[in-house]
Design a binder for this molecule. Sequence first.
Ligand SMILES: C[S@@+](CC[C@H](N)C(=O)[O-])C[C@H]1O[C@@H](n2cnc3c(N)ncnc32)[C@H](O)[C@@H]1O
Length: 278
Amino acid sequence: MQPNFIRYLESKKTVDDRALNQHVWQTFWESLPGSSRQFPLEMLELGAGTGAMTQRIVDSGKISTLMYTAIDDQASNIAELENRATAWLENRPFINLFAKVDTAEQYVEAQINERFFDAILAHAFLDLVDLDTFLPRLLELLPPDGIGYFTINFDGDTIFQPSHPADEQILAAYHRSMTNPHSGRKLLHKLSSLDTEILAAGSSDWVVYPKQGVYLADEAYFLQHILSFFKDALSGQAEVDQAILDEWLQARQVQVDAGELIYIAHQLDIVFKKLDRE
Ligand SMILES: C[S@@+](CC[C@H](N)C(=O)[O-])C[C@H]1O[C@@H](n2cnc3c(N)ncnc32)[C@H](O)[C@@H]1O
């Protein structure tokens, strides 16, 4: 089966729903200022994909007046987001959605000194960017007391069960292939040194398991797609024995098909406030 990224993002929704840290989610909503038709809250989401978090915010019922900007660098994702948003926004006349194809880096640079956002969201995105350079620039878009809500930040640990003799070698090489394999802890540390106050933080691990041999919703596909990330990252890499990789991938695929594979990825959610240091 050819990997299908849009199907992967959709299959990820139920996994994320279980994983999102509820204390951090509640704190996010409690920390936001009020929103009115005259002064609607402005939110920015980076790496929005097909809008899973966008829909979660809109469907939460916690806000009825909002200007929401969603950025993703893939035109196909933004087209899908816009297509799906028609249904979410029905009967919500005071929620305005602007979806734009752009890289987060370019978009943020273009907005600095032009505008602020009351809240910035990034969901399963910040492990893909260079936090040392990007984070200080991103925080320029928050006014004093502006809120950041960064969720599903991968934090260095992947577990498959049952265990396989090649797990250690393959998981270590996979983590090394990532731009930022410790984005969760790095964000926590860096944010504290960048004039922000952490309001809440907690784990948001993905835990995917079968029930009586059957995965929930489309999570068998989610697992297959995760395996395709391993294949893409490690195929042709000199540090990984390719015969061992092939055997590992094959064994894991058989376990998905049999409803036996358990997959855990350690992640962190964080909500913070920008401090007024002027
Ligand atoms: C793991 S996906 C998460 C998508 C979505 N937030 C979700 O959880 O369903 C990461 C997303 O970031 C987008 N992306 C990757 N690098 C980007 C960049 N530099 N600027 C903007 N979007 C980017 C990808 O196209 C993809 O949609």
